[in-house]
Design a protein around this ligand. Structure first.
Ligand SMILES: Nc1nc2c(ncn2[C@@H]2O[C@H](COP(=O)(O)OP(=O)(O)O)[C@@H](O)[C@H]2O)c(=O)[nH]1
Ligand SMILES: [Mg+2]
Length: 203
């Protein structure tokens, strides 16, 4: 199993010229504001103040870059990878101009970040598939960008309904071969399959 042993905030940026130079494989986290992106980064890295979490949605409007040192358990394999917290979308009070700014920022990133390996798309397990999430997945498929889905806040529904719910959600999202992983940050459950997925992308 792969583990993230040490993580650092590198910088925040909007323009490609300001992205940090890096030769490491990069993974980005995308999803609606408040879905739990920063919380998941903190949980995976075991570094609770790393990505800022906020109950005030729509605040993070930059690309936030983090560097992580990983270790593969029971092996000598160690290395670095980059994690990027993408700005959230779908915040109701955000106007047309702000939405356009978001679209530009993210499409520049997808287009220009050549070391980008894969995207973790977060959706809230409690909500039916959302138009914005479906649109993001369409962009990823069109651009042939590898991705998985994390269904967050799994603690908010009864345990016995988790499998059924993620299966239904996967159907609504039009998933083909992409995996979908239920995770609860509150209970710290569901992370091992996500770590295994990261590992599979590195080899
Ligand atoms: N119950 C529960 N709350 C969560 C979970 N993940 C995130 N949250 C809460 O959801 C809110 C938004 O999380 P945040 O990580 O800031 O979302 P972001 O806007 O996508 O970065 C915070 O109040 C978190 O504590 C989870 O798995 N379970
Ligand atoms: Mg955030």
């Amino acid at each position: 199993m792969i583990r993230f042993v040490q993580s650092f905030y590198v910088k925040s940026a909007v323009e490609p010229a300001d992205y940090p130079a890096s030769a490491y494989p990069e993974f980005a986290f995308a999803g609606r504001s408040n879905v739990g992106k920063s919380t998941l980064i903190n949980l995976l890295t075991g570094h609770h103040g790393l990505a800022k979490t906020s109950s005030h949605p729509g605040k993070t409007r930059l690309l936030n870059f983090f560097l992580t040192r990983y270790k593969v358990e029971d092996s000598d394999e160690v290395g670095f990878l980059q994690l990027t917290d993408l700005p959230g979308y779908g915040f109701a009070e955000v106007g047309q101009a702000e939405q356009e700014r978001w679209r530009k920022m993210v499409s520049n990133y997808f287009e220009q970040r050549t070391q980008l390996k894969s995207i973790v798309v977060l959706v809230d397990i409690r909500h039916p598939a959302d138009k914005k999430d479906i649109q993001l997945l369409e962009i990823l498929r069109l651009r042939e960008i590898d991705h998985c889905i994390v269904a967050t806040k799994a603690d908010k529904i009864p345990k016995t309904r988790i499998v059924k719910t993620v299966t239904a959600l996967g159907k609504e999202l039009g998933l083909r071969s992409e995996p979908i992983f239920p995770v609860s940050a509150l209970n710290n459950t569901g992370l091992d399959p996500v770590f295994a997925w990261f590992h599979s992308k590195l080899s």
